[in-house]
Ligand binder design. Structure first.
Ligand code: GLU
Length: 924
């Protein structure tokens, strides 16, 4: 397709050149006096003046038509009188004219065009109206609609718009903007402005629909009214952005809209910075050239800025005259053009030189007031360069250029943009919508009688956060409580957002602050700053508050299962070690009297059974007869007693807590959402229009879906309007109502209300953010400020202040009961493991001491017996293994009847309590 079009264009150009060569050979030198005709509406005096001025300028410029004098012949018609236009053009042509300019109105222009076509006289159009039917002798100086459409698309892309409304007045506007509707990535809505000058209805509708980005295609004389009425309905704030398709925005007084912060962008063809434009303006405004007009200079002077601007169509008239003059000059260089009167009769012949002149006009280029003027082979102006302009506090400023060749060249730097935004921020007082929720936003507690007013009425984490941000960015703000008391949810019936989100969308507020959670749907509607705190959903529930019902095995509960197991292992282990120590240590052997036997043999009181019995005695805090004698066994016994003392006292203390613990309520069985889902006795709910409810509604998990259906079906409703109402309900319906809420709030509440606790972990993970209206220019500075606060650790400081310190923070712990008393909990190994370690260390020491005892005794005996230590040691060990177990304690109670042994007399009677001999030295 593109190739074919290229071929066609190339062919046309070739044909043009051939025609030019053929016709130019027949031309003769140009007449001395050449006239161009202008047909203008009577109410368009500026065009007449410009036309005359342009002709005068040509005559005074020596580079044009050196041998010929150009003169203008103007006819005026009443607007929209197409019949008069046909008559007047015929009268102009009958006086010998080389080309016709005007008129402006499409209908009259169409008639003139058909006459010019039939008589082959070039017809120059300078208005924005392009005829649907292309004709051979029409030349259009206004940029082609396709070119302008492309410029609009490029600029809107550069501005980063994705969603906007097009406000148009008529079909022409629709044609100009229809290309914008084709972009699949944009969400575009069309709104037609009514014919009456009261546009408020359609503007109000747009405001209610939350439109913030608008393309305005209106006639120049209506633009001011549209903007003024937009301002009246509240569509001219810092959140509103306009792209105005008119190329003549500069001719409108925008003084009233400069300081509102509204972003107004447009394009212009006539650059006031162009020296040629400045020169022309000088001439017209100060009348340096006097060419017969006294009133209505073809410029619009803006009082406020004291600057003058040329209307595009006026500038194009000047440029059109230049273009025709240039074509005539080139033609004049070699040939003479004969101008003759032409008649509008049916049988009259066309002008012989019309085609040549037309072709020359299409070939030549001139630098005019609207840039380089170059027409294509169809007589259209497709190559243009436009200035991109933006309304600032100092008036309209160029922020870039657009050209059909290079596209957009945005020259405004990022710093300039940000400075503008900050300036705007300083000048505005931001309205901050908020909701009461502890500890984010609370009514100030005051002791003084004087009521607080304004922002002083509030305190909390968010109040401090905004204060910090305001001090960094230097903006003023005022808090307001959200009208409907909601966070913000989509209302299907009303087709709009409620709560804080709704207030942002209707521009009732500039920021929404509080425990406002970021989610996908809200993010689609408004802008969020980066998150300032993260959390998840959890359950708030009442702590058990009644005496626990007894159970047969409550006595086992103070110690955890593994502690019980360790205790049994310790008991067996210590008994065994005691048994071994008694064998190892020679000092543990005692003389044993066996009934009926005269001799005294050395025996060991710690048989396996006695060892077990001894440790049992220690465990239940009762003494046994078998008191240790050796150092090692005494160490062992001492450690065991210490161990049992600690264990028993810990157990006893904990048992008391367990026995006085409140009745086991159903809540003790609830450990998380799953448990709640599997019962119906305890009801549970959320905030009505909050994201916690939303979470259950949109969750794909079967459990959550079941819980949502339950919450929806239960009567009376389990939903509450606010977090504080939910907390009250949990306390009121003790043990019969659980409240799903955000964990950060639970943390705050459970630190102050000891009768409440969090149950289970987090069901999800999300964050709070500050919301702004979509496209708000303040998003970036607020984000920067938030980052700064975060980096300086101030967020954490504020968290500590409002969670732990203020308003009774830190009163309760998770493991305290409803009175703030510690909750009884099982003694687990990690809490009591040290006692076991102590026991283990004691066992080690006792073993070492037993070995030392053995060695000492063996050395002593070895030196007495004159044998080696090793043989004595092995003898000792053998003895201890084969020593008579002192099991029959009753035998030892009998005193020896006779004392044949010389030593016997000195052996004291056994201790009636321990049933052992008090001092082993006495038996040696
Ligand atoms: N923070 C929630 C929101 O922004 C409200 C509280 C809740 O749903 O638990 O919607």
């Amino acid at each position: 397709m593109a190739v074919c079009r290229g071929c066609r264009m190339g062919g046309c150009l070739l044909l043009l050149i051939i025609i030019l060569l053929v016709t130019s050979s027949t031309l003769v030198s140009t007449a001395e006096h050449v006239r161009i005709g202008g047909l203008f509406e009577a109410d368009n005096q500026r065009h007449v003046t410009a036309f005359r001025y342009a002709v005068d300028a040509i005559n005074s410029d020596s580079s044009f038509l050196t041998t010929t004098h150009l003169s203008s012949q103007v006819e005026q018609i009443s607007p929209a009188d197409s019949f008069a236009a046909s008559r007047k053009v015929c009268s102009l042509l009958s006086s010998g004219i080389v080309s016709i300019f005007g008129p402006k109105s499409p209908r009259s222009s169409w008639h003139v065009q058909s006459v010019c076509d039939s008589l082959e006289v070039p017809h120059v159009h300078t208005s924005s109206h392009y005829s649907d039917v292309g004709t051979d002798f029409s030349l259009y100086l206004y940029p082609h609609p396709d070119t302008l459409s492309q410029a609009y698309i490029d600029v809107i892309n550069t501005l980063g718009w994705h969603k906007f409304s097009i406000f148009y007045e008529n079909d022409d506007g629709l044609v100009r903007t229809q290309a914008l509707l084709k972009n699949q990535l944009w969400q575009v809505t069309l709104r037609q402005l009514p014919a009456s000058p009261d546009y408020r209805g359609v503007l109000k509708e747009a405001k209610e629909a939350g439109v913030t980005h608008m393309v305005l295609d209106a006639q120049n004389h209506n633009i001011y009214t549209v903007l003024k009425q937009a301002q009246q309905v509240g569509l001219m704030t810092s959140y509103h952005n306009y792209f105005i398709t008119s190329l003549d925005l500069e001719t409108i007084d925008l003084e009233e809209f400069r300081h509102g912060g509204t972003n107004i962008t447009s394009l212009r063809l006539v650059s006031p910075d162009n020296p040629l434009v400045q020169q022309v303006i000088q001439d017209w405004v100060f009348g340096e050239l006097n060419y017969g007009r006294t009133v209505d200079p073809p410029t619009t002077t803006l009082q406020s800025s004291n600057r003058s601007f040329l209307e595009t169509e006026v500038a194009l008239l000047y440029d059109g005259v230049q273009l025709v003059a240039k074509a005539l000059t080139d033609l004049d260089r070699s040939h003479r053009v004969q101008v003759r009167p032409l008649q509008c009769d049916i049988d009259s012949s066309p002008w012989e030189y019309g085609t040549s002149l037309l072709n020359y006009i299409k070939l030549v280029q001139v630098e005019g007031l609207t840039g380089l003027i170059k027409l294509d082979s169809e007589g259209f102006r497709r190559d243009v360069t436009l200035d991109i302009i933006e309304l600032t506090q100092l008036g309209l400023k160029r922020i870039g250029t657009w050209s059909s060749v290079n596209g957009t060249n945005y020259t405004k730097s990022d710093t300039e943009v940000q400075l503008g935004v900050l300036d705007n921020l300083h000048k505005n007082t931001l309205v901050i919508t908020t909701i009461l929720s502890e500890p984010y936003m609370m009514l100030r507690e005051t002791t003084s009688q004087k009521p607080t007013t304004g922002n002083d009425r509030y305190e909390g984490f968010c109040v401090d956060l905004i204060k910090e941000m305001a001090s960094i960015l230097g903006f003023n703000y005022t808090f307001k409580l959200v009208d409907d008391g909601n966070y913000g949810a989509w209302d299907e019936t009303q087709q709009r957002y409620s709560g804080m989100i709704g207030e942002l969308l209707t521009q009732k507020a500039d920021l929404a602050v509080g425990d406002l959670t970021i989610n996908y749907k809200r993010e689609q509607a408004v802008d969020f700053t980066q998150p300032w705190m993260s959390f998840g959903i959890s359950i708030l529930f009442a702590k058990p508050s009644m005496r626990e019902s007894t159970s047969l095995f409550t006595f086992l509960r103070p110690l955890s299962c593994d502690v019980w197991v360790y205790l049994v292992v310790a008991y067996l282990g210590v008994s065994l070690v005691l048994f071994l120590l008694a064998r190892l240590s020679p000092y543990e052997r005692v003389p044993v009297y066996v009934m009926g036997e005269k001799s005294v043999s050395l025996g060991n009181q710690y048989t396996l059974c006695n060892s077990l019995w001894f440790t049992t005695g220690g465990l239940v805090q009762r003494a046994t007869h078998h008191m240790p004698r050796a150092c090692s066994t005494r160490i062992m016994a001492g450690i065991w007693w210490l161990f049992t003392l600690l264990m028993v006292s810990s157990y006893t203390a904990n048992l008391v807590s367990f026995l006085t613990l409140d009745h086991m309520q159903p809540q003790l069985l609830i450990e998380g959402a799953e448990d709640l889902a599997h019962q119906t006795k305890i009801r549970y709910g959320t905030v009505t229009q909050g994201l916690t409810r939303n979470f259950f509604q949109s969750s794909q998990l079967a459990t959550h879906q079941r819980m949502f259906s339950f919450m929806e079906s239960v009567r009376p409703s389990v939903y509450v309007r606010s977090t504080s109402e939910g907390v009250q309900r949990v306390r009121k319906e003790r043990g019969r109502y659980a409240f799903f809420m955000e964990s950060l709030s639970i943390e705050y509440i459970t630190q102050r209300n000891c009768d409440l606790m969090q149950i289970g972990g987090l069901l999800d993970s999300k964050s709070y953010g500050i919301a702004l209206p979509p496209g708000s220019p303040f998003l970036r500075p607020l984000n920067d400020a938030l980052l700064k606060i975060q980096e300086e650790g101030k967020l954490q400081m504020l968290k500590n202040k409002w969670w732990q310190e203020k308003r009774g923070g830190g009163r309760c712990h998770q493991d305290t009961d409803y009175r703030g008393q510690p909750l009884a909990s099982q003694l687990t190994l990690d809490r009591i493991g040290g006692v076991f370690l102590l026991l283990l260390a004691g066992v080690g020491v006792a073993l070492v001491v037993a070995v030392c005892e053995l060695i000492c005794k063996s050395r002593k005996q070895a030196s007495e017996k004159q044998v080696s230590v090793w043989s004595e040691m092995s003898e000792e060990l053998k003895n201890s293994i084969h020593s008579t177990p002192n099991t029959n304690t009753t035998t030892t109670t009998t005193r020896p009847r006779e004392n044949n042994n010389p030593l016997e007399g000195s052996i004291p009677p056994p201790d009636p309590y321990t049933l052992t001999y008090p001092d082993k030295q006495q038996i040696i």
